[in-house]
Design a protein around this ligand. Structure first.
Ligand SMILES: [Zn+2]
Length: 624
């Protein structure tokens, strides 16, 4: 019976690539009746999450039971925290697929969770979709042993420039978790908006969360209840939310609410243009530190993360130079210049956080004028700051603009460039290298007002960074990654993730069942997220195997039942191709509804022809 079920292509296309993965003969049939067994509270939590994740594609929720299966039970998925190899550590797991049993073992809950993410990717991409697959899926047998290279696998989301909804944050957390990423760096405060409710300072959100944008009140903020909800949702998926409260710069929104915290006294308006602003918190006033400690008290209550980000980047010293209070502070504390004043300022906060059992993270500018004792440095202006901090015995998060800035265009940081990133600089000894906690992909928000814009900048480069952060250094293999990514793109499309198309997307296949010698129509669904009005896409027919080729007599793109673009030339995809690419120019306004690609095709003889239909970005085509 099982032979008709969809089987993921072998070898597996797992991203990030596991430490070891050995396929074996045979398959396991996963269907709606397959029971999941859990032998601990942790395992049962992961099992119930797993069956909920797979519910839409399975067309129902698979049963979860406690304990271990007995001989009479049907083939089952077993999650266990008992008897796992302790060397797998906090996040490692072992996954074994046999014809009558899938077992995932891990010493800790996080490992089980990551084992489930791997299992999900062993299924065909349709497992990520919302449409039930009639009879379930086949999983190829084999064994995976896996653990991460780095403990900090992060993604920065800037909600200061443009507010993002709680719903979008949850989807972001789902996506991070499925890539085995474990830190959401939530950039909550900016010149253009303060996004977190602080009970003691209500004007931060009454005034600071809103700006005038073209005559319209624009912005938003998270209540403390919503922030807790995001933290809880993330924790269940092993994502730590690290909040960032910027200081002493990037704070015009806060100064608009409380101008007395500045050097000049204001007044200020929440910024509605981009850039670095000269007005920063006054480092000379005790009230400023009292205010920030008051803010941090509430932030610490909301966020259990050991690490707390305080920014520290891009602080012009203009106001401090002209401020009597700041100059007085420098005299009293024996500080030689304004860089040392900034360093003094960060030290106060570092000590405060340390007194609460937390650790401070700041951008690499916090190195200037002397680094606070407990500080962890996030290196962004190249890797020089990372080397300097690690050599001084401080922990480091690597996110240089050269590889990790997801808001930069693909023409500046290509997918291959992101994939080639090495977080441990050669200059470090192996002892010093231990200070490199991991990496972050940084998604700054200036140029991405809409969710889909954020998605397209983030993906697929974050997928590459996820592999850099998780997989062993020696397993990095660009052609192999591209092959796995072509499958992963289908998973992303089915999840509704909009992504850039550096490598094209496989829309579907043609097989002998579809092909005949008389011209006839064939169609393939096109995920709407791949279509952007006013742009051009290219459809390519790629022959893969068989005695015959496919003649194509034009293609048509329909959206909501209407033809929106067409290319009617005759092409051929076979052992040698002739004009097998079709250019579709999308209109400035796309109608609503689902999208379908239709083509009139015939074979050049018999029906023995197999191939795939690809959607390529036109930019890529013109480069070839
Ligand atoms: Zn001042």
């Amino acid at each position: 019976i099982a032979c008709g079920l969809p089987l993921a292509t072998a070898p597996w296309n797992i991203i990030p690539k596991p430490e070891s993965a050995e396929p074996a003969e045979g398959t396991f049939e996963l269907n709606r009746q397959t029971p999941w067994f859990a032998d601990s509270r942790e395992a049962s939590g992961v099992a119930s999450l797993a069956v909920r994740m797979l519910e839409p594609a399975m067309g129902g929720r698979m049963p979860v039971r406690n304990g271990k299966p007995r001989a009479a039970d049907p083939p089952a998925v077993c999650l266990s925290t008992q008897g796992a190899d302790p060397s797998l550590g906090e996040e490692g797991y072992e996954l074994v697929v046999e014809p009558n049993r899938i077992s995932i073992r891990a010493p800790r809950r996080a490992g089980l969770f990551y084992g489930v993410q791997t299992l999900r990717q062993m299924l065909p991409p349709e497992a990520f979709g919302n449409r039930p697959v009639a009879d379930g899926f086949l999983v190829r047998c084999g064994r995976v042993v896996d653990r991460p290279r780095f403990r900090w696998r992060g993604y920065l989301l800037d909600v200061g420039r443009h507010f993002r909804t709680v719903d979008y944050l949850k989807r972001t957390i789902d996506r991070l978790a499925s890539l085995k990423m474990n830190v959401l760096h939530w950039h909550l405060t900016e010149d253009q908006g303060w996004r977190l409710q602080i009970r003691r300072y209500p004007k931060l959100t009454e005034i600071g969360a809103w700006r005038d944008q073209g005559g319209r009140r624009y912005g938003g903020y998270y209540t403390q209840r919503e922030a807790r909800e995001v933290v809880r949702y993330a924790a269940e998926r092993h994502v730590t939310v690290v909040p960032e409260i910027e200081m002493p710069g990037h704070c015009v929104a806060a100064l608009a609410a409380y101008p007395e915290l500045s050097c000049t006294g204001g007044p200020f308006r929440v910024a509605n243009r981009w850039g670095v602003f000269e007005d920063v918190y006054c480092a000379g006033k005790d009230e400023t530190l009292e205010f920030l400690k008051g803010v941090l008290d509430e932030v610490l209550e909301l966020f259990p993360s050991t690490f707390l980000h305080i920014g520290g980047d891009e602080v012009p010293k203009t106001r401090w130079r002209a401020c009597a209070k700041c100059q007085e502070r420098m005299r009293r504390e024996g500080l030689r210049d304004e860089h040392e004043l900034q360093s003094w300022f960060i030290r106060q906060i570092d000590r405060y956080l340390a007194s609460k059992g937390r650790r401070l993270v700041g951008w690499d500018e916090i190195l200037e004028g002397g680094l606070a004792e407990g500080a962890t440095v996030q290196s962004w202006r190249g890797m020089g700051g990372a080397v300097q901090a690690a050599k001084a015995g401080h922990d480091v998060i690597a996110s240089p603009t050269s590889h990790c800035y997801l808001d930069y265009p693909l023409s500046a940081i290509s997918l291959e460039k992101s994939y080639s990133f090495e977080p441990v600089p050669d200059e470090l000894t192996s002892d010093e290298a231990r200070h490199i906690l991991g990496l972050e992909g940084n998604m700054w928000g200036e140029r991405t007002p809409e969710e889909q814009d954020v998605d397209r900048q983030t993906y697929p480069r974050l997928v590459a960074l996820a592999e850099v952060a998780w997989s062993p250094r020696e397993s990095r293999d660009w052609p192999d990654f591209q092959r796995r990514l072509s499958v992963h793109q289908r998973r992303m499309a089915l999840q509704g993730i909009a992504f850039a198309l550096p490598a094209g997307v496989r829309l579907g296949d043609w097989t002998p069942q579809l092909v005949s010698e008389t011209p006839h129509d064939a169609s393939w669904p096109v995920p709407r997220t791949l279509l952007r009005s006013g742009t051009e896409v290219v459809v390519e027919f790629q022959y893969e195997s068989g005695l015959h080729g496919l003649e194509v007599r034009g293609v048509v793109l329909e959206v909501g039942g209407r033809t929106v673009a067409e290319d009617r030339h005759v092409g051929f995809a076979g052992a040698s191709n002739r004009a097998n690419r079709y250019v579709l120019r999308l209109p400035p306004e796309l109608p609503g509804g689902s999208a379908v690609l239709r083509a009139t095709v015939r074979s050049d003889g018999g029906t023995d022809s197999r191939g795939a239909v690809w959607l390529l970005p036109s930019r890529l085509t013109s480069q070839r």
